[in-house]
Design a protein around this ligand. Structure first.
Ligand SMILES: NC(=O)c1ccc[n+]([C@@H]2O[C@H](COP(=O)([O-])OP(=O)(O)OC[C@H]3O[C@@H](n4cnc5c(N)ncnc54)[C@H](OP(=O)(O)O)[C@@H]3O)[C@@H](O)[C@H]2O)c1
Length: 335
């Protein structure tokens, strides 16, 4: 049995190139005692993958050269060599990497119930990005009814959920996204109050017009100029959630920091970074709440699915070009 794998071959400088990864077709080894074999159905493509390729200190170690490219994944247990925690047919999710099959002793793998939600949703809204949105906006953003919330990357996996949760909690929500179609989507489909198209509007004038009273919470997914502009609109005791900085991930030089940071001083505001894994013990509770909101029709989830391990590279680049709608997923095999 062979396993198509995307192997990390060379640390990129700037945007990853064709020599960053190599597609290999390697034989699946025999299972050792206690191991299970998982056939992947879907792989999660996330902006964080770019950061994991850098040989720098971060919240987890960088991917080693010649390792399988790190990625979240979901699939089915198809072989079990004496692991009592799993059965053949169990649907399980964890960090299986960009490959058709993963072998593991089961540590860190969780069973999910596909009668409640389809597989791709467990690596999106009910998985890591959804948990990021939930804990980022409630625990770090500390939203309360009546807050004015600004969120960038608003049509993406995290931002789309952040904005919807803030609406559920009674906030006024303004999203920032690239292009009219995505702006229309967050307002008309997801119920945001307004949206700013950062690709065609001047961000400072748009914030002046759409947030005339300023903002209580800024949920930052993109960094750079948009973060700087948002800092200029803080109200007293505002909270800035540093979730990510996708506009900076492919920089060849240093990340651009915000020159407007003294507005934190003037408004007695806080700016706090977050890493979703810190909330792992409460994922179950959050997923239950999100599932309930979905059932009640209050929370919508959108996955954008492309097929084939061999199409990993071109699909990965959609994260940064924005040429995708919602959570980006690579399909390996039909459910
Ligand atoms: N801290 C954590 O624990 C944690 C966990 C998960 C994710 N994150 C971070 O959260 C952010 C969003 O992740 P996600 O999963 O929602 O990703 P996503 O679904 O890919 O959404 C990101 C969106 O960012 C926009 N974008 C790309 N380049 C941009 C640029 N130069 N300027 C402005 N917008 C740009 C694109 O949409 P447009 O078409 O609108 O430009 C893209 O679709 C990322 O920064 C990610 O690293 C952090």
């Amino acid at each position: 049995m062979n396993n198509k794998q995307i192997i990390f071959k060379k640390r990129p400088s700037g945007v990853p190139q064709s020599d960053t990864w190599q597609l290999e077709n390697n034989e699946v080894p025999e299972l050792e005692e206690g191991e299970i074999l998982i056939q992947h159905h879907y792989i999660s493509l996330d902006p964080a993958m770019r950061g994991w390729m850098n040989d720098t200190k971060s919240y987890i170690p960088p991917i080693a050269i010649d390792d399988v490219m790190r990625a979240g994944s979901i699939g089915k247990v198809i072989k079990n060599n004496g692991n009592p925690k799993f059965e053949i047919g169990d649907v399980v999710t964890s960090w299986g990497g960009v490959q058709q099959y993963a072998i593991t002793n089961g540590d860190g793998w969780y069973k999910v119930d596909t009668r409640l939600a389809p597989m791709p949703m467990y690596i999106g809204t009910l998985g890591m990005p959804g948990m990021t949105a939930y804990f980022g906006i409630t625990e770090v953003g500390k939203i309360k009814e009546g807050d004015i919330v600004l969120v960038s990357g608003a049509a993406g996996a995290v931002g789309s959920i952040v904005g919807q949760i803030a609406k559920i909690k009674g906030c006024k929500v303004i999203g920032i996204a690239g292009g009219k179609e995505k702006c229309d989507y967050v307002v008309n489909e997801l119920g945001f109050d307004d949206a700013i198209d950062y690709k065609s509007e001047n961000i400072y004038s748009a914030l002046k017009e759409k947030c005339p009273k300023g903002i209580d919470v800024y949920f930052d997914n993109v960094g750079g100029l948009i973060l700087n502009a948002a800092l200029s609109k803080l109200r007293m005791h505002a909270r800035v959630v540093i979730c990510g900085a996708i506009s900076q991930y492919n920089n060849k030089s240093k990340i651009d920091g915000p020159s407007n940071y003294l507005s934190l001083l003037v408004t007695r505001s806080t700016m706090q970074g977050m890493v979703v894994m810190d909330y792992a013990k409460d994922y179950g509770k959050a997923a239950m709440q999100m599932g309930k909101w979905m059932q009640e029709g209050k929370l919508k989830s959108r996955e954008d699915i492309y097929e084939g391990i061999e199409n990993f590279q071109e699909t990965y680049h959609r994260l940064f070009s924005g040429d995708k709608n919602g959570k980006l997923v690579l399909k390996v095999i039909e459910d």
